[in-house]
Design a protein around this ligand. Structure first.
Ligand SMILES: NC(=O)c1ccc[n+]([C@@H]2O[C@H](COP(=O)([O-])OP(=O)(O)OC[C@H]3O[C@@H](n4cnc5c(N)ncnc54)[C@H](OP(=O)(O)O)[C@@H]3O)[C@@H](O)[C@H]2O)c1
Length: 254
């Protein structure tokens, strides 16, 4: 019987939103397990700092700037990857935005467009371009970072929650379409994680207590607690897993 294999030696992995928070923890973990990681966000300085940190623990990281809400920049990113590495084995669609914390009745079209461009349109076209590179590599693994809000919309985060529900559907639709090409597509659904993104919740005692009371483990998580789930899904330890939504939420959805 073969040993379960979590090694990513020889794999090229692209992680969006990897300059901080959950994406940085994911990129660091994939590099820890042997992948050459391409880390992506909008700000070069923050990416360089993340790349240095990954290198300092023995990993290989390459920083590439891209706003994933802009299709032209996605095309440029993918042609740079093709030119430099000639292949892609792993994609983690992690970057997202939530520019509006409030009732949906008060939202406007520009907030809608920004939220949907970054959280849904960009990841869709990145999968499309990445899948073509993965086919040349004989297959691959994609993980989309959704949220438990995509299953149970949180108060004041309605519009963001709609994008995260669509990310779940997009994951399942691509999983079916890409399975014959040996490309697995899965999603993770984090609960409350301590990052800049969740500051609006973490820094307000009343909102934080409300959120914590929904979590059976009665605590939030740290970014590294999410990374292991992604490692499992992108590695050869999960060869028969596609179209899955792995919830990492301290029991909140249970
Ligand atoms: N934190 C939570 O409680 C929580 C819970 C459930 C799900 N999630 C999901 O987890 C993922 C990561 O969130 P996080 O909490 O780690 O957020 P974060 O700490 O705010 O990090 C977001 C990352 O995305 C990048 N980014 C933002 N907009 C971008 C764009 N348009 N193009 C490219 N990169 C962009 C940021 O870098 P730049 O600013 O340099 O671009 C940064 O690297 C998101 O999909 C989020 O929806 C988070």
């Amino acid at each position: 019987m073969d040993k379960v294999n979590f090694s990513l030696n020889g794999k090229i992995a692209l992680v969006t939103g990897a300059s901080r928070g959950i994406g940085r923890a994911i990129a660091t973990t994939l590099a820890d397990y042997g992948a050459q990681v391409i880390i992506v966000s909008r700000k070069a300085d923050a990416l360089e700092a993340a790349a240095e940190q990954i290198s300092s623990r023995g990993g290989k990281a390459d920083a590439m700037v891209c706003n994933v809400g802009d299709i032209k920049q996605i095309e440029h990113l993918c042609s740079s990857v093709a030119e430099k590495y000639g292949k892609l084995n792993i994609l983690v669609n992690n970057a997202a935005t939530n520019p509006y914390f409030g009732d949906m009745l008060g939202a406007n079209e520009s907030l809608w467009n920004k939220t949907f461009d970054v959280n849904l349109k960009g990841p869709f076209f990145l999968i499309q371009a990445a899948a073509k590179l993965m086919m040349h590599a004989g297959g691959g693994a994609i993980v989309n970072v959704s949220s438990i809000n995509g299953v149970r919309p949180a108060p004041l985060q309605g519009m963001y929650s709609i994008t995260k529900a669509a990310v779940i559907c997009m994951t399942q639709a691509f999983a079916k379409e890409l399975a014959p090409m040996k490309i697995r597509v899965n999603a993770i659904l984090p609960g409350l994680v301590n990052t800049d993104f969740s500051k609006v919740i973490m820094s307000n005692d009343q909102i934080y207590q409300y959120a914590i009371n929904m979590i059976p483990m009665r605590r939030h998580s740290e970014p590294m607690e999410i990374a292991g789930a992604v490692l499992y899904l992108v590695s050869d330890a999960a060869p028969f897993t596609t179209g899955a939504c792995l919830v990492v939420d301290g029991g909140a959805l249970a």
